[in-house]
Design a protein around this ligand. Structure first.
Ligand code: CUA
Length: 159
C-alpha cells in the first residue's frame, strides 16, 4: 500500500499528539493524585437526618493524628460548615446528601467530589499547606447554589 508523504507526516503528527495527551494525563494524575473515587456505599436519602452517623456532622481526630470528617451537603449548606483538620495527615471525608446532587470542592487542593443522594462519598486527602480554604458547591443544586459554601481550616499539628 502506498501512502503519500504528506499523509505519512500527518499520521506521525497525530500519533505524537495522542502520545503527548496520554503522557500529560498520566503524569498529572500521578503527580497530583487525581483519580475517581472508588468507594461505593449506599444510604437512603430520606434517612440521612436520622442516621446515627450522618445526623452528627463532626470532625474526629484519631489517636494517630489522622482525621475523619462526617457531614452532609444539602440545600443550601454544608454540615459542618467549618472543618478544622491537621496539616500533613490523612483526612478522610465521608459525605452524603439528603436532597439533590452537590459538589464538595476544597478550592486550591485536589479534594473535589460529587455528593450524590443515595450514596456515601468517601475520599482521603493530605493537605500539605496550612491555611483557610473555601469549600464550594460546584454542582448546580437550586436557586441558592451560589450561596452554598463552607470552610476547611488546615492547622499545624501541635505536639
Ligand atoms: Cu449545592 Cu450547588
Amino acid at each position: 500500500m502506498k501512502v503519500e508523504l504528506y499523509e505519512r507526516i500527518w499520521m506521525a503528527l497525530a500519533a505524537v499528539m495522542i502520545a503527548g495527551f496520554l503522557a500529560v494525563m498520566i503524569s498529572s494524575s500521578v503527580a497530583h493524585a487525581i483519580h475517581p473515587p472508588s468507594h461505593v456505599e449506599t444510604i437512603d436519602p430520606a434517612q440521612v437526618a436520622t442516621d446515627p452517623d450522618f445526623s452528627r456532622p463532626r470532625v474526629e481526630v484519631r489517636p494517630d493524628g489522622s482525621a475523619l470528617v462526617v457531614g452532609t451537603a444539602e440545600m443550601f449548606a454544608f454540615k459542618p460548615e467549618t472543618v478544622r483538620v491537621p496539616r500533613g495527615r490523612p483526612v478522610t471525608f465521608r459525605l452524603t446528601s439528603p436532597d439533590v446532587i452537590h459538589g464538595y470542592q476544597v478550592v486550591g487542593t485536589n479534594a473535589n467530589a460529587m455528593i450524590l443522594p443515595g450514596y456515601v462519598t468517601q475520599f482521603t486527602v493530605v493537605f500539605p499547606r496550612a491555611g483557610e480554604y473555601l469549600v464550594a458547591c460546584n454542582e448546580y443544586c437550586g436557586l441558592a447554589h451560589h450561596l452554598m459554601q463552607g470552610k476547611v481550616i488546615v492547622e499545624e499539628v501541635r505536639r
